[in-house]
Write a protein that binds this ligand. Structure first.
Ligand SMILES: NC(=O)c1ccc[n+]([C@@H]2O[C@H](COP(=O)([O-])OP(=O)(O)OC[C@H]3O[C@@H](n4cnc5c(N)ncnc54)[C@H](O)[C@@H]3O)[C@@H](O)[C@H]2O)c1
Length: 510
């Protein structure tokens, strides 16, 4: 869908219903653009709290010199509190951000239909309820659209514009154009469980949890690898501790159930146990990590030792890992290059070092070289501060030392994890890309919007599909196929679209 319509004019009145965490932030965003905003809540104290929250957030900006006092006063003056729904009668766009309950939201929408003008757009900020279901009892469900902001609404760039079955294209387009005018990155999505972000993000948590459950590495090591190699802002364990395990586990369960128990979305027993014993994360003082006073955060397991090699051999084309060769050369280590059509690896001392492709190192070693180690994907091998390596069970001790010596010479924090297929970043990125590809395949969103959504909604360092293009569709497809074979599980089945792209030799972005 391309926008052919204009955003709502600045003079158009916007109403926000529910002055809680999300509603107050959304009111701020609309008022910052210049709209007169009505902030409605059934609880007058909530409105006061909401407006005070907006005010103190803006005061911090004034203190930092990012906003003038005059602009603050003007912005706040544009937000009017209301506890009588009749005050919303002239609003052109009403965004509800009340409690996440289908029955209560439906009741509110019926009231709004009776109160607002016929051409007013009614939007819902729901994160988990179907927009189609919300509109089912409306007289004019074509005017209902999802406008899914992310927390905190004034800061997070993304807004998912969610169309239910009955939503009119014009309503979706005006809402998209309006969110864009407000400075947001708006993406279109069909109303399907999790929309884009809460669906595509599931493997980010699930793969780290699974590797941890298999005992391949501890939480601190996995978090360091996801950040230091993957370039993500937070690891899965510190992030779920921050979100709250009750919330994160509930979202996973709801997406899992909504997709009829598709194993791709299987919740984690470890996370369930944390919820059961009240270790909800930061808010309860304990989750994967202990937040009590004086508690020390565990350190990642990093190996040191070995000797810096004088030279390494590069056999074949390392593809996305060629940047690692640049880093080796920059350290003054001689690199001898050898062409090969059939193989690609680094030879350091007695060890053969290959980029993970979703197989066990032990399995790759069985092809004929016992001294095999696999290394993980990095967002940028030139700047990565951490990396995972797994050794084949057959690998000799001196070969292990050769590998450790190389990465120490490169000043990369090396974590030797147990031999799990796909290691950490490679399998996480492959699964994120797979989920995004499936969403595209099912017409939920475009490839471009899937990437925009994951960058803007959850701050990923790269869109999963752009990342898959960069790693190479063939490598991602093979990684998933190998993971599926290693585990014998449907969870890792490559998306049909990824398979097509692979056989077409195509990519997601041109
Ligand atoms: N919190 C998040 O991170 C987040 C992110 C995206 C979307 N959402 C969605 O936004 C909505 C609101 O979430 P929140 O976290 O801001 O909740 P919240 O509990 O902080 O605020 C909800 C507000 O709605 C008011 N309210 C409840 N029922 C009402 C009614 N019938 N009429 C008028 N006001 C009513 C409450 O008084 C409260 O002030 C939910 O649909 C939620 O799924 C939340």
């Amino acid at each position: 869908m391309t926008n052919t319509v204009s955003p709502l004019d600045k003079s158009a009145q916007i109403a926000v219903i529910g002055a809680g965490t999300m509603g107050a932030g959304i009111a701020q965003v609309a008022a910052a653009y210049g709209h007169p905003v009505i902030l409605f809540d059934m609880n007058p104290e909530a409105i006061e709290r909401g407006i005070n929250g907006v005010k103190s957030g803006l005061e911090r900006q004034v203190a930092r010199g990012k906003m003038t006092q005059e602009a603050l006063d003007e912005l706040l003056a544009r937000i009017s509190p209301a506890t009588d729904i009749a005050a919303l009668a002239d609003s052109k766009l009403v965004i509800e951000a009340i409690i996440e309950d289908l029955g209560i939201k439906r009741g509110l929408l019926a009231n709004l239909e009776a109160t607002c003008a016929k051409d007013a757009i009614l939007a819902t900020n729901t994160s988990s309820i179907s927009v189609t279901a919300l509109g089912a009892e409306m007289e004019h469900p074509e005017r209902l659209v999802g406008m899914h902001f992310f927390n905190p609404a004034p800061i997070m760039k993304l807004v998912e514009i969610v169309s239910g079955l009955a939503t009119s294209q014009e309503v979706a387009e005006v809402t998209h154009a309006t969110a864009s005018a407000w400075g947001k990155q708006a993406v279109y999505t069909k109303s399907t469980p999790g929309f884009i972000v809460n669906r595509v993000a599931r493997p980010f948590y699930a793969e780290s949890l699974r590797i941890y459950e298999e005992g391949a590495a501890d939480t601190a090591t996995l978090d360091q690898l996801i950040k230091g190699a993957g370039g993500f802002r937070m690891g899965a364990f510190e992030l779920t501790d921050l979100i709250g395990h009750d919330v994160n586990y509930a979202v996973t369960c709801s997406v899992f159930d909504a997709y009829y128990q598709d194993p791709r979305f299987l919740p984690s027993l470890t996370q369930k146990a944390l919820v059961e014993c009240g270790r909800l994360g930061r808010k309860s003082g304990h989750g994967f990590y202990d937040y009590s006073e004086g508690a020390e955060k565990p350190a990642a397991a990093v190996v040191t030792g070995g000797n810096a090699p004088a030279s390494v051999q590069v056999v074949g084309d390392l593809g996305v890992a060629n940047a690692l060769v640049e880093r080796i050369e920059a350290k003054g280590i001689t690199v001898e290059k050898q062409t090969s059509e059939s193989e690609s690896y680094l030879k350091v001392g007695n060890a053969r070092l290959c980029l993970s492709d979703g197989r066990f190192a032990t399995e790759v070693a069985a092809e004929g070289n016992a001294n095999t180690a696999l290394f993980d994907l990095a967002l940028d091998y030139n700047s990565a501060t951490a990396l995972a390596v797994a050794f084949a069970d057959q690998c000799a001790e001196d070969a292990k030392q050769d590998v450790i010596g190389l990465f120490n010479a490169l000043e990369i924090n090396l974590s030797v994890i147990d031999d799990v297929p796909g290691l950490v970043v490679m399998r996480t990125v492959a699964m994120l890309a797979n989920e995004a590809a499936d969403a595209v395949n099912q017409g939920v969103c475009t490839a471009a919007d899937a990437d925009v959504a994951m960058r803007g909604g959850v701050n990923y360092p790269k869109g999963p599909l752009a990342w898959a293009d960069e790693v190479g569709i063939a490598h991602i497809f093979n990684t998933l196929s190998n993971l599926q074979q290693c585990y014998g599980e449907d969870r890792y089945r490559p998306s049909a679209l990824l398979r097509r792209k692979f056989f077409a030799g195509a990519s997601f972005h041109g």
